[in-house]
Design a protein around this ligand. Structure first.
Ligand code: 0X9
Ligand code: ZN
Ligand code: ZN
Length: 457
């Protein structure tokens, strides 16, 4: 009774996110179109603002309280930034201002502890970009173009594309490393899905490692991290570590798998997660990490609601981005030893499965390799990653790229890596963390790759 009253009061707001019966839609339509016209008029000029918007940290004490909080989350279609884990029910939840009062009241009734975790999201977004820094060294002629790219900012897709092309040019004059750019697909909005292959270029095929970033639009640290890896690997001519890695493996790196969503999160809505396909009903986007085809099932951690942030898509591989990964990997998986997909946030190194709490038969191999990597990672700045299967440490969600890479493409070491932080900034990680995050992640990758190159499979 009480719940339905709250729901009715906020119906106006929830219509944006939820499916409504037809008669309600008819009532809402005219005002919707008006709002849409106004919104679209300014959206092109200014991204949405989040002044005073809050992220709550909610701590239910018991499983009952947890269930009640999760029910609340469904009711209000709340955006859970960090999910509760086994034995630690604490979670971060973004609450739009319109929903704040009723959500706080309901949480009080439930009895869960609530803290205002982020008080003003816009302030964080404003602080995300650091003031421009002065360039300290003058790059050599051959490095000039590639060096003009600033790895320590959150770059726009056009600049990233230019950088990838410059890396190809740069390596043409290097004898020890070769880079080539492959378009593995085109998005709904006609952006290119690009993959850089980095290898020794001596004509010898090596086992390969596939790395992607940016499946989720708002997780900006992920593309930045993969770009950092590219920067380091291209040093393979001069740097010892990178050199070892190029001796052992061919590298496939796709830093921005979801360019449509990535750009939208820059231009319109910082917290966008999905791609940007038009679903009708004024709703856009499929969650690409619910769209892969190994035991695809919207009922497990996804949704059939086209407006949901975790909409699984019409069917497995309905999306250009997931299909691009599928076909590239199936054509190149002969000796592919690892699939690494970078996300944020939470500082976790996750392995399959996401669709079930059961573990892969060889889970101990994945577990120990991940622990080797994360313990090397922690040596640098003390960042402690949690290692485990995604269902067991996080939550179950079917349709993830990691499950597919292992289950269908047969890539043994398949991981989802949730980068920094653990919630202080969440998705809105400041640019000054790109470097330390990149350094520690590179260290983990190096140690992982070297350990895989010495184990027998
Ligand atoms: O829910 C996800 O897609 C990932 N977390 S995120 O906060 N970056 O959205 C975790 C995916 C773990 N893997 C699977 N569930 N298969
Ligand atoms: Zn399968
Ligand atoms: Zn993600």
């Amino acid at each position: 009774m009480r719940e339905s009253m709250i729901y009715a009061t906020y119906d106006q707001f929830l219509k944006r996110d939820r499916l409504l019966p037809k008669h309600e839609l008819l009532v809402i339509m005219p005002s919707c179109i008006l709002v849409l016209l106004i919104f679209c008029g300014c959206a092109a000029a200014e991204p949405a603002r989040f002044d005073g918007h809050k992220v709550l940290q909610i701590v239910p004490h018991t499983t009952t309280e947890l269930e009640n909080v999760l029910a609340l989350h469904d009711l209000y279609n709340l955006d859970v930034w960090r999910h509760p884990r086994k034995h630690n029910y604490s979670m971060d939840v973004y609450v739009e201002p319109e929903k704040l009062q009723p959500v706080l009241t309901a949480l009080k009734d439930i009895g869960a502890d609530v803290k205002i975790w982020i008080d003003d999201l816009q302030k964080l977004i404003d602080a995300e970009r650091q003031p421009s820094r002065r360039r300290t060294h003058v790059p050599s002629q051959t490095q000039r173009n590639a060096s003009l790219f600033d790895h320590f900012r959150f770059n726009r897709f056009a600049d990233i594309k230019k950088y990838l092309n410059d890396v190809v040019t740069l390596t043409q004059s290097m004898s020890t490393v070769n880079a080539s750019l492959v378009k593995i697909g085109d998005t709904y909005l006609s952006n290119e899905i690009l993959l850089l292959k980095i290898s020794r270029g001596d004509g010898r095929a090596r086992p390969s490692i596939f790395i992607d970033g940016g499946i989720h639009a708002r997780e900006w640290i992920a593309p930045a991290t993969v770009l950092y890896f590219i920067r380091e690997l291209v040093n393979g001519g001069v740097d010892d570590y990178a050199s070892q890695l190029l001796d052992k493996f061919d590298w496939y790196l796709a830093p921005v798998l979801n360019p449509d969503g990535y750009e939208y999160s820059h231009t319109n809505y910082r917290l966008w997660r999905k791609n940007r396909v038009d679903n009708g009903r004024n709703c856009h986007g499929t969650d690409l990490n619910r769209n892969f085809g190994h035991n695809w099932n919207p009922a497990i951690g996804g949704s059939t609601n086209v407006c949901s942030d975790v909409y699984s898509g019409k069917s497995a591989f309905s999306e250009a981005e997931s299909r691009a990964v599928e076909s590239f990997i199936l054509n190149n998986n002969k000796d592919m030893i690892a699939y690494l997909t970078y996300h944020s946030y939470g500082e976790m190194w996750l392995y399959p499965w996401g669709y079930t709490s059961a573990l892969p038969v060889d889970w101990q191999d994945l577990d120990s390799a991940a622990k080797t990597a994360t313990s090397a990672l922690s040596e640098l700045y003390g960042t402690q990653y949690l290692v485990g299967s995604s269902t067991n440490v996080l939550y179950s969600a079917a349709g993830g790229s990691d499950d597919w890479a292992k289950g269908d493409a047969g890539v043994k070491y398949s991981y989802t890596i949730e980068l920094r932080d653990t919630g202080a900034h969440g998705f809105v990680l400041p640019e000054d963390q790109i470097r330390p995050n990149g350094e520690e992640s590179w260290r983990a990758l190096r140690v992982l790759a070297l350990s895989l190159s010495t184990t027998r499979h």
